[in-house]
Design a binder for this molecule. Structure first.
Ligand code: SAH
Length: 225
């Protein structure tokens, strides 16, 4: 891959990326740190070359293995919710569902340390290849069932799930630091027809919970593939 491929041209240029940032702003994303992170990550590197011209549209796109790259506005809103009211960088973050690696790359811009776990080995390999050029020294990828978290690396200051489940896996709750936040798409109706973002914060004495926007994510699955 060449430097010009990273920089992008035409539909994949910095100007196209900046227009995406303006649209995110218009959609209510106010966190300048998140907007700067998303301006810095070339989203076209994370989708198939045939789809690169659509990389900066505000849509989810297929990434193979029946999975999708998350919609930019959802990535922005989730990370902004983790950061809300906080100064400086997020500390140690865990992402469940690496997919193509896009959100992991964005997280690596706003956190000191990022762990991202994926259950489909073929997709994890693809993410590794996508991310190589960016040389993110604070990002570690892992293969496994993310519902178990990564006990050896816990506690995490933030946990972000990129796949929907009926409830937050208990292992993940236990790996959250006091004062840490977790955000996840939760299936609110049986059958997976409706989902909403759920924000959980671990306090010294318990948990505080908040429901946010409706969303649509692929399901969190059990085991490895
Ligand atoms: N974070 C990605 C979105 C990936 S889509 C982005 O930046 O666009 C969600 C991903 O979650 C899929 O790749 C899917 O394979 C993965 N996934 C689903 N269940 C999982 C589990 N239990 N553990 C780890 N990854 C899981």
């Amino acid at each position: 891959m060449t430097a010009s491929r990273v920089r992008g041209i035409g539909f994949t240029s910095q100007r196209t990326r900046d227009r995406m940032i303006e649209r995110l702003r218009a959609q209510g994303v106010e966190d300048e740190t998140v907007l700067a992170a998303m301006a810095a990550v070339p989203r076209h590197l994370f989708v198939d070359e045939a789809l690169a011209s659509r990389a900066y549209e505000d849509t989810a796109l297929p990434i193979g293995f029946e999975q999708t790259i998350s919609q930019p506005v959802v990535v922005a809103l989730m990370i902004a919710a983790l950061r809300k009211g906080r100064e400086g960088k997020l500390g140690k973050v865990l992402e469940i569902g690496t997919g193509c690696g896009y959100q992991a790359a964005v997280l690596a811009q706003v956190a000191t340390e990022v762990y991202s776990i994926e259950r489909i080995s073929g997709l994890l390999e693809r993410a590794r290849a996508n991310l190589r050029e960016m040389r993110l020294r604070n990002l570690r990828l892992a293969y496994g069932d993310g519902a178990n978290g990564i006990p050896e690396a816990a506690p995490f200051d933030a946990i972000i799930l990129a796949a929907a489940s009926p409830e937050v896996p208990t292992a993940l709750k236990s790996q959250l630091a006091v004062g840490g936040r977790l955000i996840a798409p939760i299936v609110v109706k049986p059958g997976g027809s409706e989902q909403a973002l759920f924000l959980l914060e671990r306090t010294a004495t318990g948990w505080s919970e908040q429901w946010l926007d409706p969303v649509r994510f692929v399901p969190l699955r059990v085991g490895k593939q």
